[in-house]
Design a protein around this ligand. Structure first.
Ligand code: NAD
Length: 427
């Protein structure tokens, strides 16, 4: 099948590479000329495990191509995926300008019947609006299918190839079958539904996962007040199959390119229907507070942070990605800088992206170097390389041995035995 994927970001590039690997001929389109030029030279603009190899393999086997010429890609493809960004607009709703731009381009260039697949996360009703917009300009019938994406950055290739489920929201049987057939080789559950339900499934799923995080964070804060250990509490809760053990890790809040904006967008969808989503509102409020928990812990340790050297371990919003969007590290670093601390950050991959966002902090390649003369270490992102550190060596380098474990990943007893003052979240 000849497929165009418009938007070559985290979702578009991963979807394009995976669809190519499944045997389709895929042309990835982007307006960003630099990105396309880099991809044509075999350079992958984002960090995502396994992606570079997958793209290289499919380039070699002539199944994936890159272009800025969207009109040509549309003309040559039977199926066109829309995978452009849907950033948060000023009122919290998803900004659909890129989606609509692509829809118009498809309408103007459709030279035969086409199937458009909306993979971007969009408000309920968008698939129908996209079709209306396309049909304003197109002489040929174009069907629009909603096919939200659930991949997680950091394991995006695996998530695309081994999804928990695929959701297809369609109004035409022919379009539904064509997209069903694309995903058939994945051998996962495929739910076929209406575009409206498909669109809401995506937002509801993200809002639910965000709520699970904020819920466990609230219980973590309560655990501290009553002398319980949130790791034990979460374990005990998660053993109940109705609750499940996933997404019960307390810490310093969620970030990323999806949860924060999707949590806002679903509230806007509901508000427009005069139905405030009170649980989701609370989720967002709790998360904003939770991001600053590590700073509050430092404020309890020191009478003032002025001149204190604080080492931040991890900047990306989660491990295995270079994505800094809405990362908890941003709030933490900014608050520390504001209070006059000297902040030194270590992150295996996200440094270049962090430099575009964070002001007034220094960077180091080595935790051991950064620890020299440090007053405290704050673990923000639980990259693998931070899990097995030699804390005996670190203890010798630090001025005062204070650890804030923002993700509850360290062995508290071991750190205490090495002379550290350990601060977890909820334990
Ligand atoms: P991204 O910002 O990484 O990539 C979007 C790409 O679209 C950019 O390269 C941009 O240059 C390009 N673009 C914008 N307008 C264009 C146009 N008119 N023609 C061609 N290209 C254009 O975004 P992303 O993280 O890949 O997210 C894309 C969508 O998928 C969003 O709706 C997002 O909510 C959703 N989503 C993201 C993830 C994730 O983990 N990142 C997961 C699931 C769903």
């Amino acid at each position: 099948m000849k497929i165009a994927v418009v938007g070559t970001g985290y979702v578009g590039l991963v979807a394009g590479a995976c669809l190519a690997d499944l045997g389709n001929e895929v042309i990835c389109v982007d307006v960003d000329e630099k990105k396309i030029a880099a991809l044509r030279q075999g350079k992958i603009p984002i960090y995502e495990p396994g992606l570079e190899e997958l793209v290289a393999k499919n380039v070699r086997e002539k199944r994936i191509f890159f272009t800025v010429d969207s009109a040509k890609a549309i003309r040559e493809s039977r199926i066109i995926f829309i995978a452009v960004g849907t950033p948060q607009g000023s009122d919290g709703s998803a900004d659909l300008k890129y989606v609509f731009q692509v829809a118009e381009t498809i309408g103007r260039n459709a030279n035969e019947p086409k199937i458009v697949v909306d993979k971007s996360t969009v408000p309920v009703g968008t698939a129908r609006k996209v079709r209306e917009l396309i049909m304003k300009h197109s002489k040929h019938n174009v069907e629009v299918v909603s096919n939200p994406e659930f991949l997680r950055e950091g394991s995006a290739v695996r998530d695309f190839m081994e999804p928990d489920r695929v959701v297809i929201g369609a109004t035409s049987e022919e379009a539904e079958k064509a997209i069903y057939d694309l995903y058939r080789p994945l051998e996962c559950g495929i739910l076929v539904t209406t575009p409206e339900s498909a669109e809401l499934i995506k937002y509801a799923s993200n809002a639910f996962l965000a709520t699970k995080i904020s819920f466990i964070n609230e219980i973590a804060n309560l655990s501290e007040l009553v002398g319980a250990d949130i790791n034990e509490v979460a374990k005990g809760m998660g053993l109940d199959a109705r609750i499940g053990k996933h997404f019960l890790n307390a810490g310093c809040g969620y970030g990323g390119s999806c949860f924060p904006k999707d949590v806002q967008a679903i509230q806007k969808i509901a508000k427009d229907k005069n139905y405030p989503l009170e649980i989701v509102e609370a989720t967002e409020k709790v998360n904003a507070r939770q991001k600053l928990v590590p700073v509050q812990k430092l404020n309890k340790e020191f009478s003032s942070l002025k001149g204190k050297k604080i080492v931040l371990l991890g900047l990306a919003f989660k491990p295995n990605t270079d994505d800094m969007r809405e990362a908890s590290s941003i709030e933490i670093a900014n608050a520390l800088v504001k209070q006059g601390a000297t902040v030194v950050a270590v992150d295996p991959i996200a440094r270049e992206n962090a430099k575009k966002i964070l002001k007034g902090i220094a960077y180091s390649d080595s935790v051991y170097e950064a620890a020299k003369g440090a007053d405290a270490i704050v673990l923000v992102t639980e990259w693998n390389e931070f899990l097995e550190l030699d804390f005996e060596k670190i203890a010798k380098e630090m001025k005062s041995k204070i650890i804030v474990d923002g993700r509850n990943v360290y062995d508290r007893e071991k750190l205490i035995s090495l002379g550290f003052k350990y601060n977890g979240v909820g334990r």
